[in-house]
Design a protein. Sequence first.
Length: 309
Amino acid sequence: MISKILSGKSFGGLCRYLCQDQSRAVVLEVLGVRDYDHKLMAADFEEQRRLNPDLKKPVLHAILSYYPGEKITDEKMKQIGKEYLKELGIQNTQVVIVRHTDRKHQHVHIVVNRVDNDGKTIKDNWIGLRGKKVAQQLTLKHELVQVQKKNLELTHLEKLNEYQVHRYKVYQAITDELPKCKTLTELEQKLTRHGIETLYKYKGQTKELQGVSFQVGKYKYKGSEIDRQFSIKNLGKILARNLVLRQENKQHRPLNERQQKTLSQMLETSQSKGKNLLEELMRPEHLNDNVPYELMKKKRKQKRQGHHL
């Protein structure tokens, strides 16, 4: 089971999307709102949000998606939905849980009013991350099929806004191209073919890399915003491994113990300083197969110089 949480300003459009087409919608649970008409449901949500008119985004919309082919009863979905909200600390407010049957995989939508019954704001700090962790816990508890990674086929792109749709597309492009790349420059070139521009952030006026962003049209995302593994430091580690794997495959023999130790030191340096290795990985790919060796040679030379100071 995977979790996705969105926020919004208005309940009207969401309630219409969830409940207007009764051929695909099954209302599993309602608290504090009417469930027999989407307009009345939205009106009930809107009436309570007026208790806290300064809250700009009172709509919390969670989507719980189950693995394709997994069979879950309505009662079980309802139970998991309520446990999900409880673990997130969401209580004393209006809630609707709706199952949709228009996809190969089963999924439910949960709508929450962030203005609770007393007019207080339900906090949403790190709600997306917390929702994913709770979903993982409930997946194990109820012995559901675990989803190991993001899958665009399980993501309801038609429900996301343009900003979120492009974010998922960037994720998919990097996931597809990164295993084929040995340098940041090569990754940048491959992403350009997908219409994605790669932007770098440097420390002050130096050449020390501090961050990376990806832009599609008018939308720009930090690497870590796409996924944690796509931060500049983690990209450096992945690309360094790709370099070494290429060397190993070309020579048809594994790295020796010294090479493995040196690579580990290089990765630690790049992670702590965001320097050296990342600068090397910015260069175009060399035509020879000695790139890992050259990087290791440079690292050993720096280490010897440090001993002489």
